[in-house]
Design a protein around this ligand. Sequence first.
Ligand SMILES: Nc1ncnc2c1ncn2[C@@H]1O[C@H](COP(=O)(O)OP(=O)(O)OP(=O)(O)O)[C@@H](O)[C@H]1O
Ligand SMILES: [Mg+2]
Length: 181
Amino acid sequence: MLPKSVREGDWEHVPVVVRRAWERCCQQRHWPLVVLGDKGVGKSVFAALAYCDWSLGSAHFLTAATAASMLKTAETQGIELPDVQYRMTDQALLRRWCELAGLLVLDDLTNGLTFSTATKALWRIINERADRPMIVTANGSPETIAEVLGESLADRLAQGTVLLWPGESKRPPAGRVLVVE
Ligand SMILES: Nc1ncnc2c1ncn2[C@@H]1O[C@H](COP(=O)(O)OP(=O)(O)OP(=O)(O)O)[C@@H](O)[C@H]1O
Ligand SMILES: [Mg+2]
């Protein structure tokens, strides 16, 4: 599911260096595009804009935690999706995301991975998707990915294009701080 924030997102607010990296990645097919940066800089909005504009075949936008959880469910009991007539196995789901899709977005790679099989699931997805169009976003640095998900996954991702997002959070402040005296 797309983040709500994409509704207010537009390409003009994506830094030029990021837009250029995206164009270069599409032209040179140096996949995956791994977008790393601080919280709130605009990674998910950028990935969602790229997903919405994608015209070369089907595109899927998933948080990494959702993708890992869906794959686990498919593996143990099969999974039903609204647009698929049959209960999918993990193999069928991997085929859908990794072989048949034009673009796969895995958002928030280092967040919300709450069960131990997540790394295995992400490894399967990222490995199968290999050199095809894929955007992966994560908070932090390449070292953070290695710490959270292991050296081998970090190394696999580093084979593509790694973009370090410049700048600071664009997220508008939410909520209020009340000072009671
Ligand atoms: N291209 C854009 N156009 C307009 N607003 C934007 C854009 N990019 C980011 N923003 C604003 O900044 C907020 C944070 O963006 P986003 O959710 O993409 O950050 P993020 O880098 O994915 O953060 P996190 O690491 O916490 O997931 C958005 O909710 C939106 O208000
Ligand atoms: Mg995000």
